[in-house]
Design a protein around this ligand. Sequence first.
Ligand code: CLF
Ligand code: SF4
Length: 460
Amino acid sequence: MEALSIRHPCYSEDAHYYFARMHLAVAPACNIHCKYCNRKFDCVSESRPGVVSQVLKPAEAYRKVQEVVSTVPQLSVVGIAGPGDPLANPRQTFETFSLIKESWPDLELCLSTNGLKLADHITDLERLGIRHVTVTVNAVDIDIATDVYDRVHWRGQTYRGRDAAEILLERQAAGIEALQKAGILCKINSVLIPGVNDSHLVQVAEAARAWGAFTHNIMPLIISPGSPYEREGRSGPLGSETLKVQEACSAIMPVMRHCRQCRADAVGFLGGDTASADMPDTPVVRRTYPPEEREAIQAGLAKQLLEKQGKRAKRGAACGGEPPGRSPGTVRIAVATRGKGKVNLHFGHAKEFLVYEVAGDSSRLLGVRKVQAYCNGTAECADANGKQQILADTVAMLADCDILLSAGVGEHPSQLLREAGIVPIVKKGEIEQELLETAKFYRYFGHTAQAGPSVAPHSG
Ligand code: CLF
Ligand code: SF4
């Protein structure tokens, strides 16, 4: 029998190359207030601010699924992740899920919550066959939680300070334990907040392991404009800081590395905005797929994925058990890609970079680095600071990398990258293969390495 996670793009790194998800923004209200949030935007505990999803009614959400399910044959998961908290809007959330369940029983249903009302809805989750739930746990210590949450609305009353934190933490633990009892896979999301919970997240990882959670997703803080944290002048972590915490936590339990902090109405592949264009060996023409064809395509994809995992296991490069910290002799490479598993994007066009570590003949994804407008932890457009600031922020975000692999890079950014100790290399091709070749090249030539065609005369 197929593992529960095999077709879920968030619960399996491999699956995100093969299967797509869609979010339905049917849940506008929230029952807590995180200090990094401004409710004019999407929930930051699962997505990113700076975008406002249009709220749908359940019937509208149903029609949206109807359209996507028949045109994107790789769609395997439908999730509700906001724009507020799904369980603060139980009528809309469960009505939407019921409609989907009735028409497409093969689609996995998924939800992401702050956990306050989770324990109250376990029977609803069971009734609808929901097998994947994400709970955002930013702290398991009352004092630290008091610094993260402004207030909590519980049983008709508003609580602040320690009282609010105590209620939330107690309800989160009760909800997660109830999920375990019900056999529902639980992913823990934690927002990494420098100066608040950065050194505490290993304790959250320990709690997550004790709860029996499936994976831990550590997301760099992105602060909503107008939020309390913005007023306090806080900012998000650098890529290297996020990586350090992810590595420390990965010694305790599996850590998700491929999260894209997607919006509450995202549709398609993680990291790709055009659904079927991002897939290997699957149709790229948008057309209507009848259910039997969709089923056959997905069965084929699951087979390909399992074969790939089998080959990797044979090569002895299976996932999991990652060593914390940077191992000697490894090469760290940032890749600019627009999907399809290829190096195929110009440095200046990248809104995110995939960062890999190459050791010998194997590579592993360390994480995704978001850049440009939201690179430094604020969600406002960086126009005011100008292009140079974006460039400087991008280079700082990649400062712990040895190489930048892209389909093109201008002379000025090349120079800045080199000054930061990052070798810009221009290449196009399969990421997996280019990583190994580039790392080999780098080990031989070190910082003097320069491969591929000469750098393009662009500015970005
Ligand atoms: Fe959506 Fe979340 Fe379900 Fe995935 S997203 S509700 S678990 S189907 Fe995935 Fe997006 Fe990261 Fe969330 S990449 S933000 S972890
Ligand atoms: Fe905002 Fe927190 Fe509610 Fe998400 S859970 S909508 S981040 S207050």
